[in-house]
Design a protein around this ligand. Structure first.
Ligand code: IVH
Length: 718
């Protein structure tokens, strides 16, 4: 029997002492790899098992607990961070498509939006999607001044000193470059360079999982001299802020980047048909293995910039581009266990624990199992999946990993099923609080009913609260939240969002000092308090998103914030709103207003009303408002346009733009677009053939203009 497997009841004090010493050392090493180096070498489950064993031994031999016991630590100190850089033009992500049919749909949707007839030429660029990390390089008067990572798309990390060490990135642009230009592209590492680097690093016991991690880890070095020794490269393929128009097409502009000394990818071509696009995709896919660097798909972009401008953006990605991803990579392994994770709404998600297996260069130890029906072989509309085969612990399973998506279990290999494997029984109690778990009619998820008493839900809510798109409090990661949540010390405990903001004051009055807790230290505590204080004034939309109301994600939070401007007004309306009771009922005025917010429907509105109807939610928000001030949305850089705040109705046929484009344009300019005319309508844009809506507008004395006057009014829409 391996030493560490020996039953704890049988350990002698000497053995226990030796094992506690070994565990302290081993766990500390894993903490360092996980937190400091972004390179864990064991799965979360294996890590948890080490900590559990350590705790169990300590429980039996409390007198042997070490001063450096892992039980007293909450992970390694955060790595020295880079200063934030606000992107003047957001760094967006790309939508994904996976099949030829999806590409046909993408092109069709672009044509529809632009109201392009089938015979009108529409050109796309098609180029490899590089598997690295995106970077924005800002040049002013030709000189490289800042280099920033993408971060959350709005704010990235300042990595200028490290970027300056990359030979392929020009420090100085030629005279014909604009005064201000942000070049965007991908930092990556070639496969051969990655292998050589790992060989060099093997002696240190630390290697990277794949070229992408290797590039990211090399770039995020505290010491630029370390980055200098790493073979990083850069492809330029896009841009952010520019002080002058760079050209008329995507293709020509990227070609100019090459004249300025950047490396551009020679796999970029122009295509004027779907067939051309798909042919290029296939040729890139066929040569993929021979390329010296990793790519994970092909990116298509509308070539003409004027059309890109018309198409604009959705909340996270441009309408004018998409990424066509290569088929996922597959592998088989053994399912060693199924754990249940409890989310902030109580949803219980089964997670597969797998015997580690390498899929496309990445070691996979966990996979999602979606829900209990999925495990049983039942699809979302009750139909059999995997021909009805269920998934059992001990099974050999086929897993798939596509890009950054969590790996999935696709199928089981029945021939390899162990004789003693039994069907999985989904728990009907919450593993965290033992409350009943129920599945509502028509729902696939089983939820814990523990609500406020469920620690898993509370921890998840706190994690959401401090997460990037929400309050974005640096230094409060998963491990730290769990530590503060589980602490029995009133001066350290964080159980609700407001507690985060009272932590410092409670600490000041207390004898137990956070800086004495292993893993924190004076500097990290100071940083944590500063990060918390920085968020005492916060955008209304972030604050709202942080509350974690069901269905109120980042986009809906923005919509609500823009409509109500102040949190107080929003809350007042939400508390005053009365939901319709039956079919004929329309609800009161506050409800209609909430339900009528651009992009918000009855499901979201009802979730908001239900949230504020709960006493404990109101109390939690009140406590939070004692500490935090949500800023009025207008105060956060909203621009005023000739139609901002106005309710606009488009009717009749439009000739210069599609209905979708008209709506997107109006919303971009801060207007609300309604489907029908009422007393609340401010403006009607009527095209030929307008009928009853136009008539009603005239009767109500509402201003009516035509399409040309619309463009005049908004000054061409940009
Ligand atoms: S264009 C507005 N082109 O893919 C969109 N992105 O999944 C600008 N990427 O964040 C991006 N190769 O890091 C573009 N040829 C390429 C790319 C590329 C890789 C990355 C980029 C982006 C991510 C989106």
């Amino acid at each position: 029997m391996a030493f560490e497997d020996k039953s704890i009841d049988l350990l002698t004090p000497q053995e226990a002492e030796a094992e506690l010493a070994r565990l302290a050392q081993e766990i500390a090493a894993h903490d360092r790899r996980y937190h400091g180096e972004d390179a864990p070498t064991i799965s979360d489950a294996e890590y948890d098992a080490l900590r559990l064993r350590n705790a169990a031994i300590e429980a039996r031999f409390p007198e042997l607990m070490r001063a450096d016991s892992p039980s007293l630590k909450v992970g390694a100190a955060p790595s020295a961070t880079f200063s934030p850089v606000a992107h003047s033009v957001p760094m967006l992500s790309l939508d994904n498509v996976f099949s030829d049919a999806d590409v046909v749909d993408f092109v069709a949707s672009v044509r529809r939006f632009l109201a392009f007839p089938p015979d009108r030429e529409l050109v796309f660029t098609a180029e490899p999607k590089i598997d690295g990390l995106s970077m924005s390089l800002r040049y002013e008067r030709g000189r490289l001044v800042t280099a920033a990572t993408r971060g959350d798309g709005t704010t990235g990390e300042n990595v200028t000193a490290n970027i300056r060490t990359i030979g392929e990135i020009p420090q100085q642009l030629p005279k014909d470059a604009p005064d201000v230009i942000e070049i965007r592209g991908e930092v990556y590492m070639r496969r051969d360079d990655f292998i050589a680097l790992n060989q060099r690093m093997a002696e240190t016991g630390r290697v990277f999982a794949n070229p992408r991690n290797s590039a990211a880890g090399s770039l995020r070095q505290i010491d630029p001299e370390v980055t200098r020794t790493r073979p990083l490269r850069f492809f330029a393929y896009a841009w952010g802020e520019t002080s002058e128009q760079l050209g008329e097409t995507q293709f020509d502009i990227v070609r100019r980047f090459a004249d300025w000394g950047f490396t551009i990818n020679d796999g970029m071509v122009r295509c004027n048909s779907i067939e051309g696009i798909l042919a290029h995709y296939k040729s890139i896919e066929a040569t993929r293995a021979q390329l010296p660097y990793d790519i994970d798909g092909v990116v298509y972009k509308v070539d003409r910039l004027d059309l890109q401008a018309r198409l604009g953006f959705r909340s996270r990605s441009p309408r004018w581009a998409t990424a066509h991803k290569f088929a996922a990579e597959k592998a088989t392994t053994i399912l060693t266990g199924i754990d249940i994770q409890v989310g902030r709404t109580g949803a219980m998600t089964p997670v597969a624990r797998l015997q580690p297996v390498t899929v496309g260069g990445v070691v996979v130890t966990n996979a999602t199992l979606h829900n209990e029906d999925y495990i049983r072989g039942i699809g979302s509309s009750g139909q059999p999946i995997r021909e009805g085969r269920d998934i059992r612990v001990g099974d050999t399973v086929l897993i798939q990993r596509a890009g950054d998506v969590i790996p999935q279990i696709l199928d089981v290999v029945l021939e390899k099923r162990p004789a003693d494997a039994v069907p999985y029984v989904f728990p009907d109690r919450c593993p965290a609080c033992d409350s009943h778990a129920v599945r509502e009619e028509g729902e696939a998820v089983r939820r814990c009913t523990g609500g406020l008493i469920c620690p898993a839900q509370a921890v998840e809510r706190l994690r959401h609260f401090v997460s990037r798109g929400a309050m974005d409090i640096e230094g409060l990661g998963e491990k730290q939240i769990a530590f503060f949540f589980n602490s029995e010390d009133p001066a350290l405990q964080i159980r609700s969002p407001a507690d985060i903001f009272t932590l410092k004051a409670r600490q000041e009055k207390s004898l137990t000092k956070l800086e004495n807790v292993d893993g924190f230290g004076a500097t990290s505590v100071k940083k944590l308090y500063a990060a918390i204080d920085e968020r005492r004034n916060i955008e209304f939309s972030r604050f709202l998103y942080a509350l974690g109301i069901r269905h109120v994600g980042e986009t809906n939070a923005k919509r609500l914030a823009r409509h109500y401007v102040s949190f107080a007004a929003f809350r007042e309306a939400s508390e005053a709103a009365v939901l319709p009771q039956d079919k004929g009922d329309k609800g009161n005025a506050a409800w209609q207003d909430l339900n009528g917010v651009n992009g918000i429907g009855a499901i979201v509105a009802a979730a908001v009303v239900e949230f504020f109807a709960e006493d404990h939610n109101r109390r939690a928000v009140d406590a939070l408002l004692e500490e935090v001030t949500p800023l009025d949305e207008k105060a956060v850089g909203a621009v005023s346009t000739p139609v901002s705040g106005k309710t606009v109705v488009f009717t009749g046929s439009l000739e210069k733009m599609s209905r979708d484009e008209a709506k997107a344009m109006a919303e971009r300019l801060g207007a609300k677009v309604a489907g029908s005319v009422s007393k609340k309508t401010d403006l009607v844009v009527a095209g030929p053939g307008a009928g009853s809506k136009l008539k009603l507008a005239t009767e109500l004395g509402i201003e009516v203009i035509d399409e040309d006057q619309w463009f005049e009014r908004i000054g061409n829409g940009s």
